[in-house]
Design a protein around this ligand. Structure first.
Ligand code: DAT
Ligand code: MG
Length: 139
């Protein structure tokens, strides 16, 4: 049927060899859809903002791709790569600056602090692993 599902797993050699992005690009159906309860917890710091109900509704409206990246200053580096919340203020070369126009459709979420990241990762439920490339990347 059109709703048939399969389980595709990138194995340790695929992860260590940096093939994750390449493989995900081929399998963009490998997605998760967050529940409203999950999103209300994820965005709990914004409860009370006028855009909060619209944000939850939009975020639950379709599948998302959840990722955890680890490395030196991963939180700040991730935010720098995303750009600012409003794409209009995001520099060219940033993900939001290059691909987004509206603040409520800014393509990607990125944790704003180490504490938020811990909370968000725990909420999503993700395991941790060590890459053998570490000594080549970090001083
Ligand atoms: P960020 O995603 O850059 O951390 P945020 O945590 O302040 O920004 O807000 C979460 C999301 O809520 C943001 O990515 C888009 C939406 N949002 C923020 N401010 C908004 C606004 N003024 N109007 C509409 N949506 C907004
Ligand atoms: Mg935020």
């Amino acid at each position: 049927s059109v709703n048939e599902r399969t389980y595709i797993m990138i194995k340790p050699d695929g992860v260590q060899r940096g093939l994750v992005g390449n493989i995900i690009a081929r399998f963009e159906q490998r997605l998760v859809q967050a529940t409203e309860a999950h999103l209300e917890n994820h965005y709990s710091d914004l409860k009370g903002k006028p855009f909060f109900p619209g944000l939850i509704k939009y975020m639950a409206s379709g599948p998302v791709v959840a990722m955890v990246w680890q490395g030196l200053d991963a939180v700040k580096t991730g935010r720098a790569m995303l750009g600012t919340t409003n794409p209009l203020q995001s520099p060219p070369g940033s993900i939001r600056g290059d691909f987004a126009l509206a603040v409520g459709r800014n393509i990607c979420h990125g944790s704003d602090s180490v504490e938020s990241a811990e909370k968000e990762i725990k909420l999503q439920g993700v395991v941790q692993y060590t890459t053998s490339l570490e000594t080549w990347i970090f001083e």
